[in-house]
Design a protein around this ligand. Structure first.
Ligand code: G4P
Length: 536
């Protein structure tokens, strides 16, 4: 066989697929850009930012992004570094999109948490971290902006541990901060890495490695006695502080390796990248209805984690992003679309690199391919050559905002129903019905209110429907599990019974405490704040 199991195993072992999470302005765009520069995927700094600006200017992406100046949609970027093939999945920057972020994290094998050294753990960092936690993937932390006067590195470490409830273990330690930030000491490699010549346009900086223990002669000579003593004290404190780096705990999401650097000046980015690639996990077995699926031995399979409509308004296309989980993806080959049992041809595959699209002819576990979607795909759908299993469905998060849809003009009702159904399928919004299964008034639910703006805009531009929404007072939704009798809420003024797209009952309320009381009164009943979207 030309491309056998061993070749696939080799391709799996060299892949690193991750997402970067951060509070806006912590430097995610800048870091991404520098990583791409190291990988030779970009020739000049500023290209990602320029592309972002161009994207708004040319309205290639959703119009709403342009209007709001935010990034609603995310893309995948890739590059080769040494022997590694790296895939960076871009997470949406806006706080309303934790559900989107979760989907991206399902497609990732690890996450990089970016923290601004002056600001520490910010609100959005916390929220995204919780989403990461839910997903249970290893999290690596990069403390950025060390070229500015920030907080004390030990304080920052303590804050990460206290606020996020995860052990932090510094794998490198900064030498100086602000203008005095001169390098990092690599604790695993026992080596001092000094930087010089960084510039803000920042292609690559000069680096000098000084091998040896932090209190050795060479390090003392390079730093001078005072700086060397300061470093020795800090490292002694770290040694004394307890647990060292433990790969098993990192894999379990209990410990986060910590790195210091400055994306803008390029200081510490390369040492971070190299250690990260060495320590971050390659694609592993994924749970499915048939048990864990091995990436190297199972033929091609993957799942849809994102659907993006109208990336090019001239073509009105939809692209389904597929994370490959096993085997070799070959363009033009066929695979089973497990939910419908249909055989689909893996044609028109594009790999997305920022805004540019390139055709791919083959890809491996960890890679993301975009497939032209004729309206068949849903988030969570499995594609598989053997067809014998489905990957686990995606959780749906309880919306916190609800709007009743006004039905309006009769002649647009069909377009309205189609638009709502398709946009719910894409995961842009959640759809419920008031009253019996599927027959009553539609209600849309969202985790963040901005999603309603996106919905209205897209209904107007894509389905020519002027969507009218009336706010509802509810802010809590729970899915009953176990013994649920609709009679118990039928006459309630405080709880409203609706159904989701799969016909499951959902209880809406203005306050979680009403629902808690119901659960207390009915011991066999559990009320869940997430549901699984069934792909089969
Ligand atoms: P984001 O994607 O996380 O929102 O952040 P982004 O990279 O856009 O960076 C936000 C701001 O922080 C930018 O400044 C950027 O230049 C700056 N920045 C990023 N990394 C570093 C760093 O390591 N050190 C310092 N000192 N600044 C950093 P801006 O003024 O908003 O934009 P610009 O004028 O630089 O384009």
């Amino acid at each position: 066989m030309q491309n056998g199991r061993n070749d696939i195993g080799r391709e799996v072992a060299r892949r690193r697929t991750f997402a970067i999470i951060s509070h806006p302005d912590a430097g995610k765009t800048t870091l991404t850009e520098k990583l791409l520069l190291f990988g030779g995927a970009l020739r000049e700094a500023g290209a990602v930012r320029a592309r972002r600006a161009q994207r708004h200017a040319t309205s290639d992406w959703l119009e709403i992004e342009k209007q709001r100046g935010i990034s609603v949609s995310s893309s995948a970027m890739h590059f080769v570094y040494g022997d590694f093939r790296v895939n960076i999945l871009d997470t949406p920057g806006h706080r309303d999109f934790s559900e989107d972020t979760y989907r991206t994290l399902v497609a990732a094998d690890s996450a990089v948490m970016l923290i601004d050294a002056a600001k520490g753990v910010e609100a959005q960092t916390r929220k995204l971290f919780e989403v990461c936690r839910l997903r249970g993937i290893p999290i690596f932390t990069f403390v950025n902006k060390m070229d500015r006067h920030g907080r004390d590195p030990l304080d920052l470490m303590g804050e990460i541990e206290d606020v996020l409830g995860i052990d932090a273990v510094a794998l490198n330690w900064p030498v100086g901060t602000g203008n005095e930030f001169r390098g990092v000491y690599d604790r695993l490699g026992r080596c001092l890495q000094l930087f010089s010549g960084g510039n803000h346009g920042g292609s690559l900086v000069d680096e000098e490695d000084v091998p040896g223990a932090h209190d050795g002669e060479a390090v003392r000579a390079a730093l001078g006695a005072a700086r060397a003593d300061e470093l020795a004290d800090a490292l002694a404190l770290l040694e004394g502080a307890g647990a060292g780096y433990d790969p098993a705990r990192v894999r379990a999401g209990e410990q986060t390796p910590l790195f210091f650097g400055s994306a803008l000046t390029n200081f510490g980015v390369k040492p971070f990248l190299e250690r990260f690639l060495e320590l971050a996990p390659p694609p592993g077995p994924r749970p499915s209805s048939r048990g864990p699926i091995d990436p190297a031995t199972e033929p091609f399979s993957g799942f849809v984690f994102k659907i993006q409509a109208n990336m090019d308004p001239d073509h009105r296309d939809r692209v389904a992003f597929v994370r490959i989980c096993s085997g070799r993806f070959v363009r033009g080959a066929t695979a089973r679309h497990v939910r419908t049992g249909k055989t689909v041809r893996l044609a028109n595959s594009t790999l997305l690199m920022g805004q540019g699209r390139e055709e791919v002819s083959e890809a491996y576990p960890g890679d993301v391919v975009g497939l032209f979607d004729p309206g068949l795909f849903r988030i969570g759908d499995t594609l598989s050559e053997s067809g014998g299993f489905a990957y686990e469905g995606f959780p749906v998060f309880a919306p916190e905002h609800f709007m009743r849809v006004e039905l309006g003009l009769v002649e647009r009702r069909k377009a309205l129903a189609k638009g709502l159904e398709q946009l719910a399928q894409e995961g842009a919004v959640q759809l419920f019905t008031d009253g019996g299964n599927g027959s009553g008034t539609p209600i849309v639910g969202a985790v963040g209110p901005l999603q309603f703006d996106v919905l209205k805009h897209r209904m107007a531009t894509e389905y020519k429907v002027d969507l009218r929404l009336t706010p509802m007072p509810h802010s809590v939704a729970r899915w009953p599990r176990g013994a649920f009798d609709p009679e118990i809420v039928r006459h309630s003024q405080l709880v409203k019974l609706v159904h989701d797209r799969e016909g499951r009952p959902v209880l809406l309320s203005e306050s979680a405490s009403y629902l808690e009381r119901i659960a207390e009164r009915h011991p066999g009943l559990a009320l869940a704040d997430t549901a699984i979207e069934h792909a089969t």
